[in-house]
Write a protein that binds this ligand. Sequence first.
Ligand code: 3H9
Length: 700
Amino acid sequence: MTSPVSYELVDDIGVISVANPPVNALSHAVRQGIHDALAAAQQDASKAVLVICEGRTFIAGADITEFGKPPREPHLPDLCNTIEASSKPVVAAIHGTALGGGLEVALSCHYRCAVPAAKVGLPEVKLGLLPGAGGTQRLPRLIGATPALDMMTSGNPVDAARAASLGLIDQLVDGDLRTAALAWCRELAAKDAPRRKTSELTADSVAEGVLEQYRSTIAKRARGQVAPQKIVDCVEASLTRPFAEGLQIEREKFIECMQSPQSAALRHMFFAEREAAKIQGLSKDSPQRDVNKVGIIGGGTMGSGIAMNFANAGMQVVLLEINDEALARGLAIIDRNYKGGVKRGKLSEDQALACRGRIAGATDYQSLSDADLVIEAVFENLDLKKEVFAKLDATCRQGAILATNTSYQDVDSIAAATKRPRDVIGLHFFSPAHIMKLLEVVRASATADDVLATCMALAKKIRKVPVVSGVCYGFIGNRMLGHYAREAQLCVIEGATPEQVDGAMEDWGMAMGPLAVFDLAGLDVGYKARQGLPEAERGDPRAYRVADALVEMNRLGQKTGAGFYRYDPETRQRSSDPEVQALIEREAAALGVERRELEASEIVDRLLFALVNEGMNILDEGIAQRPGDIDVVYVYGYGFPAWRGGPMHYADAVGLAQVHERIREFERRFGSENWTPAPLLERLASAGMTLADWAKSQVN
Ligand code: 3H9
């Protein structure tokens, strides 16, 4: 087998070239190749050694697919030490992204240059890990503990200019990287430049209390997560211990992280997100349609947010409203959002102006006649949506993609309102649409393959994470949420306070408890959705008694200052409300429910296993392509903690037999109407299989 690493002498410079597409990950073969090339360079006539990569990027890190497999020598930390110990100066030439182990390789080199468009970072924390090849020891020594902590605990890369200002990059080079890097190597060799070993530097000490400050900020920002705290421990070692000892500490903590369920969950999410972009039965290079001009119907909070996504990606947008007044309101929301973005430093004033300039307003359907994609974002009413689609059918050019942003409605019936159902698709954005990453792409029964492929590619262009869903009430996310919401509210009726329910879920890791989320979204949203359904399809009526009563009292949530909680008008801080507690007790008494104490563990299991059970049905019905897709929906759309890996990964981590047993117990206690184990769960639990095994068996 040919090595992904080649070595050649170019005049008197030894050039180690890595070619391991797509991202030059440090597989065993790459580590071995660099190791062998470096050994050759020690023996030949080279005066300096250059490490450079082919393809789109410098080394983007350790090969994540090798994690969990038996480790093979040369190990990366040893390879980094070998690079640093080279008898000849070693220069890293960076383009694309030098990430994780890739940056650790560069940190072990004696000099680093980069193209201005390059980015460098240590993103291990996003995989529940810490830099494990000397990064925690070398980076603080090179650039100081504070910027190193910022980079490592956030995992966010910095651009080349910032890296240069930090002293992480020595030279920014214009033009061809290889040519410039070779010239620099010759220059260094000619002046017999020293081999600068990062490990021999002393990290500047930090002011007292700085590390503690990081620990307490991280405890809030990365609540429940282990890796970022261990990164602070390692940086502390870099300040107080000799390099070799620090390396040892890093190794121990890296292994602890690697074996942790948190890292398993985050690594699962890394691959699940990428897998979700792939559509079963559709090849990677399926034909796509051109989309340059996008029409949005409805300038409410949702439509305005959706419009911004496309304008931000450089596309022309027309926002359509029913009259000038409504249009002015929609455009004002957009102006406000852009202003907010500038204030928060998300984009510059010029960028905001340019994006805003791409959004035009209109009140006449004719202005959508040349749009390539139209997204309807009007009220959640099936008849109204059908009316809109009939108009679009009459107005839009042939070949235009017609999308609905419905959260619940039947996309097949919406498509049937047109004579071109092949062009109709669901694009379900999440609020606030210009910020939330998730996009459910709803494939209706007639949706053409090229329409689906176009929308998946577009999602990436507008920086969303797309997940394909089949047609059903609520699609993947909201259909499951119905069951989670039911249990949250039944727990309240049975005896828990809203604070106990939300507190249990937030302590477990959810970004926000369910009742606080309903208050944020507006209790009228669920109310209206329920009213639109026949009574038999509204679910357990006991669950919604309190929410319905709150809406009827005009307590709609945050927007009216009160819902399940009361909200401070200034800070939006929630506080409990005795009036709500009295209402809950009245409703429980009216239902004949004898209230009791509920343990946090019961609340957590009921809410999460309600999600899992419905997720199993969704998989069995083929609504979601794979368990990982459901996890992506929940992590990116519903505040599910990534370090728990999404509900389906969590079920695997708990053990499907145990989940099944607990659901059976709930069935005995609470009745089979809400708690019947999903057939897929029954099958997998009795076969002793995991969902991950099942997903693999479905592909083969
Ligand atoms: C580490 O380094 C630990 C060390 O400190 C210590 C070790 C001892 N490995 O994202 P894309 C695949 S931890 C294996 O769509 P983009 C990816 O699955 C690592 N595979 O491209 C996908 O495969 P497919 C620290 C990887 O252009 C394909 O490459 N490094 C890896 O949007 C394309 O990926 C990181 O965490 C990998 N490391 O973004 C960096 N990376 O086509 C992780 C990617 O089959 N990677 N693949 O679906 C990234 O952030 C992005 O991939 C990157 C490119 C920005 C590089």
